[in-house]
Write a protein that binds this ligand. Structure first.
Ligand code: ATP
Ligand code: MG
Length: 463
């Protein structure tokens, strides 16, 4: 069996071969090409018996910064040497070339104690995580020492070698197994699944950043909800989002209420219904009601209430975002979406009520909030109510045509001072306020020309 490599990759491999080194494409690119998935041509991974120093001798413009033996070759600096035309690669395209590695023991369940450069491809492939990731190709043949081709065919995730040992060496592989199963819609082979479940607690030793990155990839994939259920069933979720466990079995059915699912089932269904590809918006779908179990009260008449659950959910989402070291921006986005998910969608609301929603959640997240609302409704078994949402969207757009605050006016304090020849001082603010009021009342257009023109008619004290 052969694999047709892009010409640029074939050129790199033959360049190494001319210099008497071995070189193969390995890992994700080979896997995804065989799966006919959109294999990412950018950042293709190669492996070679040349040491980092030897690779750098071949490519003096390459970059070598880490201790894992990976040399980055920017194609913009190597294309002449590889006899590639300028249109055969993208401006920021690069190759990652890693020296064969053979690893020793892993005493901390995270990192190998020592890394030694290997001399044989077999050593390098044996330390890779899953059979489907341990395929290599030089364009002529596919090297398949662990039946990765069969596993691709039967859609199976299986560790290379003994799964218990492989997960104890590096517990991140537990997350990676679930991530690949989710991304590719593969099943996890029984012994691998059993070992992964048995070793889930080792994830406590893995940094939150690495766990976060895998979680976000799971959430961004097509089968995100399946991935979360897999984490739930294997106990992995205890080390990723333990806060979700109490939501399963937290019943919402009650007289006078429309809920049909328990909270956890509803959250999974909301995630499944989320059409927004952004993993943070998807996480907001998954967490928007996470505070419900803590606020659940059964009234004497049997009605179940969850007062202020959005506030408790926001606190929990905030703690999760902090624990997973989210960027400040992602943390704000996540918590705002959860905090305001209860907003009223009614196209007949007053301008100021709609402005308040936009101001609360922030202009940049308002459409994400609408996506969350649709997912929430579908996840409750209701219709998405699309006509009402369409009208509400229209209102949001209309309302945003008008400025929200003095800062949205098309002129600034400097313009006022220049136009009226007045110094800076409280007068400038007062004049801007007057203009803003007239624009909000739609008595004045928010254009530079109209504003400057109106300014000259307003009472002011010259210098
Ligand atoms: P993608 O980049 O699409 O997520 P990938 O397979 O390229 O998938 P990377 O994380 O980029 O995944 O890793 C490249 C290759 O390195 C993998 O295919 C696998 O062979 C190996 N690898 C990565 N992480 C590990 C690990 N923790 N343990 C063993 N091998 C690993
Ligand atoms: Mg990769």
């Amino acid at each position: 069996m052969t694999l047709q490599l892009p010409r640029k990759a074939a050129r790199l491999i033959s360049f190494f071969k001319t210099h008497r080194y071995e070189c193969y494409v390995v890992g994700g690119y080979v896997r995804d090409s065989l799966l006919n998935q959109n294999a990412n041509h950018r950042g293709m991974d190669f492996t070679t018996n040349a040491t980092p120093e030897q690779i750098q001798q071949l490519f003096p413009d390459s970059e070598y910064t880490n201790r894992f033996g990976t040399v980055i070759i920017p194609l913009s600096k190597a294309f002449e040497k590889l006899k590639l035309a300028a249109d055969e690669f993208e401006p920021h395209d690069f190759f990652e070339v890693t020296t064969y590695r053979s690893e020793s023991s892993y005493t901390d369940n995270r990192h190998p104690d020592t890394i030694t450069w290997g001399t044989r491809l077999e050593d390098d492939l044996s330390r890779r995580d899953f059979t489907i990731n341990a395929l290599a190709s030089d364009g002529e043949q596919i090297i398949d020492l662990y039946n990765g081709l069969d596993d691709i065919k039967s859609k199976v995730i299986r560790t290379v070698g003994n799964p218990k040992e492989r997960f104890s060496e590096d517990a991140l592989r537990i997350m990676r197994a679930i991530r690949f199963a989710t991304q590719l819609s593969f099943s996890i082979e029984p012994a691998t699944l059993e070992a992964l479940t048995a070793h889930a607690q080792l994830l406590a030793l893995i940094s939150s950043e690495r766990i976060r990155d895998e979680l976000l990839k799971i959430l961004a994939s097509n089968n995100a909800s399946q991935g979360v259920l897999l984490m739930k069933d294997t106990g992995v979720l205890n080390y990723v989002l333990p806060e979700l466990y109490p939501t399963w079995g937290s019943e919402q059915k009650s007289p006078k209420r429309h809920h049909i699912y328990d909270v956890g089932t509803h959250l999974i269904k909301a995630l499944e219904a989320c059409t927004n590809p952004d993993p943070i918006v998807r996480l907001a779908c998954l967490l928007h009601d996470v505070g419900k179990p803590k606020t659940r009260v059964v009234q004497p008449d049997g009605v179940v209430t969850f007062y202020n659950h959005e506030l408790v959910s926001t606190e929990i989402a905030f703690d999760i975002g902090k624990r997973l070291h989210f960027s400040k921006r992602d943390l704000i986005k996540l918590t705002k979406l959860v905090r305001y998910h209860q907003f009223t969608v009614d196209e007949h609301q007053t301008d100021s009520a709609i402005r308040r929603v936009i101001r609360n959640v922030g202009k940049e997240y308002i459409y994400d909030l609408l996506d969350l609302r649709v997912a929430d409704r579908i996840g409750s078994g209701s219709t998405p109510d699309s006509w009402r949402l369409q009208l509400f969207k229209k209102r949001i757009e209309e309302v945003q045509q008008q400025p929200f605050s003095v800062r949205d006016l098309k002129i600034r304090g400097n313009d006022v001072m220049e136009a009226l020849h007045i110094p800076s001082g409280p007068q400038v603010g007062t004049l801007l306020e007057t203009l803003f009021k007239e624009v909000s009342e739609q008595k004045l257009e928010n254009t530079r020309e109209a504003l400057l023109n109106r300014l000259t008619q307003l009472p002011h004290t010259a210098q």
